[in-house]
Design a protein around this ligand. Structure first.
Ligand code: FES
Length: 165
């Protein structure tokens, strides 16, 4: 009889120790697990308004060069990508801006504005685009891409809407 009583006390201590140990493990372990998997659950910003320059600094008829970098977070991996373009101001109205992506539509080299040639020139395969991004010569299959949404902030800054991909 005494043996059975002794055994059940032992079992009680085992069970209690197991429960308390489990609770302590959960209190310590869950935040640690969350900390480890949290980056995998987060997504990098895929779209944003990007400031590209002051509207007053953009001269009518002269392409205004801009560039920016976006960091994409994919789990534990962070990838920085550079983008750029030209804002072509056509009048005093901020609505009258053409904002071109400077990535060549052939194989994605960066085109550069040449005032002398009055064209964007691609150094990779000698392509040329006119001031509004239309193909003049070379292998590109189509005109330069356009950032089709922009806005003027209260501080006079032009921002473009950038969407990844
Ligand atoms: S990448 Fe521009 S012409 Fe080939």
């Amino acid at each position: 009889m005494s043996d059975s009583h002794e055994l059940s006390r032992r079992d009680f201590i085992k069970v209690t120790t197991g429960i308390v140990g489990g609770l302590i493990g959960a209190v310590i372990g869950l935040p640690a697990i969350y900390y480890l998997i949290d980056p995998a659950l987060r997504e990098g910003g895929k779209e944003a308004w990007i400031p590209i320059g002051k509207f007053d600094d953009m001269q009518v008829g002269t392409p205004y060069s801009f560039s920016f970098t976006r960091v994409q977070v994919n789990g534990w991996e962070r990838t920085a990508s550079s983008f750029g373009g030209y804002a072509v101001r056509k009048s005093d109205s901020p609505d009258d801006l053409l904002i071109l992506n400077s990535r060549c539509t052939h194989l994605a080299c960066t085109v550069n504005w040449s005032a002398e040639a009055n064209a964007y020139l691609c150094p990779c395969h000698d392509a040329a685009f006119d001031i509004e991004g239309a193909v003049l010569s070379g292998p590109p299959p189509h005109d330069l891409f356009v950032f089709d949404q922009h806005r003027l902030t209260e501080d006079g800054i032009i921002e473009i809407f950038f969407k990844e991909g």
